[in-house]
Ligand binder design. Structure first.
Ligand SMILES: Nc1nc2c(ncn2[C@@H]2O[C@H](COP(=O)(O)OP(=O)(O)OP(=O)(O)O)[C@@H](O)[C@H]2O)c(=O)[nH]1
Ligand SMILES: [Mg+2]
Length: 198
């Protein structure tokens, strides 16, 4: 099985405009999700070092950060949607950029859509899932911050999401995850390995 060493992750570039995205070779996986769900933290946990800035405050990541595991295998940390310190106009621009990326980027092989386990899907997550349905990319929903709920609540939220997702596609997998207490790491790593092996 194809395996990557995530301790080797390196920062490649920060871009504010998707049109400036070069690296037109290999494959990439995008980390998407609402503001503050734990996207940058997940990358840091994977890398076992602080390579992506995180914050308690929402809207921490304002640009697209590109990381490389090995040549041609990239992980892309997107700014969170739903809340930004940007003006309405910039927020609209950011959303358009994300949609252009997920609809047309040929090197995109997989998406990790991060959702806070306490709140489940928001309308914008549903919009993104619908856009992704137009493409042949692997989609995994990562239920983050699972350390914040009881085991019983974890199951309730998982089943609730599964039910909604089954109406969209039977190909979307779900991982219960926590960066804080490292739940779901193995499944996460297997998923990224699989996506980046393409
Ligand atoms: N309890 C708990 N806190 C977490 C977990 N993952 C992230 N956090 C915290 O959530 C906050 C936001 O994390 P980030 O990784 O910056 O979130 P983000 O999705 O990158 O946020 P934006 O860049 O603003 O979109 C930070 O205070 C993290 O420490 C987790 O699994 N459990
Ligand atoms: Mg971030």
């Amino acid at each position: 099985m194809f395996k990557l060493n995530y301790k080797l992750i390196n920062f490649l570039a920060t871009i504010s405009n998707i049109n400036n995205l070069s690296f037109n070779y290999g494959s990439e996986i995008a980390i998407l999700g609402y503001s503050n769900v734990g996207k940058s933290t997940l990358i840091n946990i994977l890398a076992n070092k602080k390579i992506s800035r995180t914050s308690k405050k929402v809207g921490c990541t304002k640009f697209i950060n590109i990381f490389e595991v090995i040549s041609g295998k990239r992980i892309i940390d997107f700014p969170g949607y739903g809340y930004t310190n940007f003006s309405k106009k910039d927020e609209k621009k950011t959303k358009k950029m994300l949609y252009d990326y997920i609809v047309s980027r040929v090197f995109l092989k997989g998406v990790l859509l991060l959702i806070d386990i306490r709140f489940l899907l928001k309308d914008i997550d549903r919009e993104i899932l619908n856009k992704l349905m137009l493409r042949k990319v692997s989609i995994t929903i990562v239920l983050t911050k699972s350390d914040k709920v009881s085991s019983a609540k974890k199951n309730v939220q998982y089943e609730c999401l599964k039910k909604e997702i089954s109406m969209i596609s039977d190909k979307i997998s779900i991982i219960i995850f926590s960066s804080k207490i490292k739940i779901g790491m193995k499944k996460l790593i297997n998923t990224i390995n699989k996506n980046l092996s393409q």
